[in-house]
Design a protein around this ligand. Structure first.
Ligand code: FAD
Length: 298
């Protein structure tokens, strides 16, 4: 049994370590989705996140919408916005132009990614002949264009295209050495995978923060599909918890809240002080999780 006094999740506000949180959104496709997007941002903004980030659709397909959303987040809510950017299928000049566009609308943070081929992560990646070769190359390019805060991706279960752990961690190190400020992880559901990954990275000399990416399971079916597509695994015990709840949304929502609460409080007790939430443009579960971490709306 762990003594409650030794658990950060059991400390009151005056004794709790300082936390940093960030929220990830995707650019809405329809007016109705956009309304929901702003409603959720409105609810989460008072939690004072480090930033709200907006993803960049596969191959730059949401370029204009991502730019519009980050511009409005920055100007209308006062919350710092971070723009995701991938270098797949574009020349260096095209990407540099997008980066300048972000700077012009006041965006100072970029989540710099390689992206995937249109056929998905399972297919080999070929960089554009005049393009950035990978995420490390992109980070170095962004650094030349301005004083941005840069986040990169990390994979607690190893990127599916990394041949070995050494290759995977070397790649993360290259991204940090190229000038990234932190890594944000892919979703994971076994905290031991994340903690072991951080250990590996520290042993290899990676000193930058490695922020866990937390994916609340609003819909087990949908999240299992996302996980399969990005190479994250669903442990059997997790699948068992959601088994048979397809037609029972109330119990599904309660189990989802319990699973996410367990994940973040365990990480907090392990000494983790930075969290990135994949919101899927919803606020309810994330608001509750932030409260469990001791963060309340201002
Ligand atoms: P990289 O770090 O470049 O690495 C990818 C793989 O290539 C690794 O296996 C690495 O070891 C290998 N590699 C890299 N360089 C070399 C080299 N020189 N030689 C040999 N092998 C090499 N995708 C989107 O399309 N839009 C988004 O907005 C988006 N946001 C994301 C946010 C987060 C937090 C995360 C974790 C992922 C996100 N992704 C997004 C997905 C991401 O684009 C994919 O996971 C992609 O497959 C890898 O991107 P990366 O930046 O990690 O690539």
């Amino acid at each position: 049994m762990i003594d409650d006094d030794l658990r950060a999740s059991r400390l009151t506000a005056d004794k709790r370590p300082e936390l940093q949180i960030s929220f990830e959104f995707f650019p809405p496709k329809t007016d109705a989705m956009e309304e929901k997007f702003w409603e959720s941002i409105g609810k989460l903004a008072p939690l004072k996140p480090r930033f709200v980030s907006v993803t960049y659709g596969a191959g730059g397909s949401t370029r204009e919408r991502t730019l519009r959303m980050v511009r409005h987040i920055t100007s209308d809510t006062g919350v710092p916005a971070a723009a995701h950017l991938t270098c797949v299928g574009a020349t260096r000049d095209e990407i540099d132009e997008v980066v300048r566009g972000f700077a012009e609308v006041g965006v100072k943070s970029i989540v710099a990614l390689r992206g995937d081929p249109p056929e998905g992560i399972g297919k080999p990646f070929s960089p554009h002949p005049q393009g950035y070769q990978n995420a490390a190359d992109l980070v170095a390019g962004i650094r030349k264009l301005g004083d941005f805060d840069i986040s990169v991706a990390a994979y607690p279960e190893k990127h599916p295209q990394s041949g070995s752990w050494d290759e995977d961690i070397d790649n993360l190190k290259r991204k940090i050495d190229a000038g990234a400020n932190r890594a944000i992880t892919q979703m994971f559901f076994r905290n031991s995978d994340y903690l072991r990954f951080v250990d590996r990275a520290r042993k290899a000399g990676v000193k930058a923060p490695i922020v866990p990416g937390i994916q609340p399971i609003h819909s087990f079916k949908q999240i299992s599909g996302f996980a399969a597509r990005c190479g994250a695994s669903i442990p059997d015990w997790l699948a068992e918890r959601f088994e048979g709840l397809e037609n029972d949304p109330d119990t599904h929502a309660l189990v989802a809240a319990a699973v996410a609460a367990e994940q973040v409080t365990e990480l907090l007790d392990e000494g983790v002080t930075e969290f990135h939430f994949y919101t899927l443009n919803r606020s309810n579960l994330v608001l509750a999780l932030a409260r469990l971490l001791g963060r309340r709306p201002d």
